[in-house]
Design a binder for this molecule. Structure first.
Ligand code: LER
Ligand code: MN
Length: 270
């Protein structure tokens, strides 16, 4: 397993669960200093970061790009893959496809989190799930063409009413026979929704594509009450070799959250 830490460049997401904010170069320098393997990036859009600049920063610091978030599509542009209007859904898919084109050359998957939206009348839950499936199908195809990958993230009940657990997400992706879409297991959302986090990860097995490494209170692992040992044991058991990526609040400050994260990572991933 590899370590990663989040960097947000989205002013509208201020207050959100990201370790580093605004300054990509400073974030890379700090991530490197703490010994992380990678950064996970939340850009304002597909054209916000110059790929050559990012490549140079990553190379200079010996970092990889773990994943790229698409939440700006929602927080900046109110784009949703399950919008009532077909044209709006198409715009949302196109936005994610462009982020995927940005991320793929770095070997980084794109994350579908808040862009999945939520169902509300007049769109019924089954209809919204059909829209979500259609969107993920298109993104799966696009990922095949662009040699990229997609992560679908079930969110807790306060953030979506579509799919809340890792098991439901795995079932959904299996039913649509997705080839390039895997589940993002966010330990914070899981702490709210799962009966047992380790069991949920074991059941999803090879469909687990990425992990958001967060404690029960969405602070750095070790600053809450989640018991990491059985979770990491389950990940080892399923042969998970991806990232534990800290999508956590920068509390008490970015540097402390990064230090606590890497210490927890080293302690539990022997
Ligand atoms: C949102 O709560 C979240 O966990 C993000 O990873 C989704 O974009
Ligand atoms: Mn997350």
């Amino acid at each position: 397993m590899k370590s990663a830490v989040t960097v947000s460049l989205v002013p509208e997401a201020r207050g959100g669960p990201f370790v580093y904010w605004d300054d990509l170069a400073a974030a890379c320098a700090s991530a490197k200093a703490h010994g992380f393997d990678a950064i996970e990036l939340f850009p304002p859009g597909p054209d916000a970061v110059d790929p050559a600049h990012l490549r140079a920063l990553l190379d200079d610091h010996g970092l990889a790009l773990a994943a790229v978030g698409t939440g700006a599509g929602w927080v900046k542009h109110k784009l949703s893959l399950t919008a009532e209007d077909a044209t709006a859904r198409d715009r949302a898919v196109a936005f994610v496809q462009k982020v995927l084109d940005f991320a793929a050359p770095f070997g980084a998957p794109v994350i579908i989190g808040s862009m999945q939206g939520r169902w509300a009348e007049p769109v019924s839950k089954p209809t919204a799930l059909r829209y979500l499936g259609n969107a993920l199908f298109k993104l799966d195809e696009h990922a095949a063409d662009a040699e990229g990958a997609v992560l679908y993230e079930p969110l807790n009940r306060y953030e979506t009413n579509l799919i809340n657990t890792v098991g439901e997400a795995a079932q959904f992706l299996t039913a649509m026979q997705a080839r390039n879409v895997k589940v993002l297991a966010d330990l914070y959302h899981m702490n709210i929704e799962e009966a047992n986090l380790a069991d949920a990860l074991r059941a999803a097995g090879p469909l687990v594509g990425h992990v958001h490494f967060a404690d029960s209170n969405r602070r750095a692992c070790g600053f809450g009450h989640t018991d990491l040992a059985p979770i990491v044991a389950a990940l080892v058991e399923i042969g998970y070799a991806g990232y534990l990526s800290a999508e956590v609040l920068p509390l008490p400050d970015s540097d402390s959250a990064a230090r606590q994260t890497i210490n927890s990572f080293r302690r539990c991933v022997a």
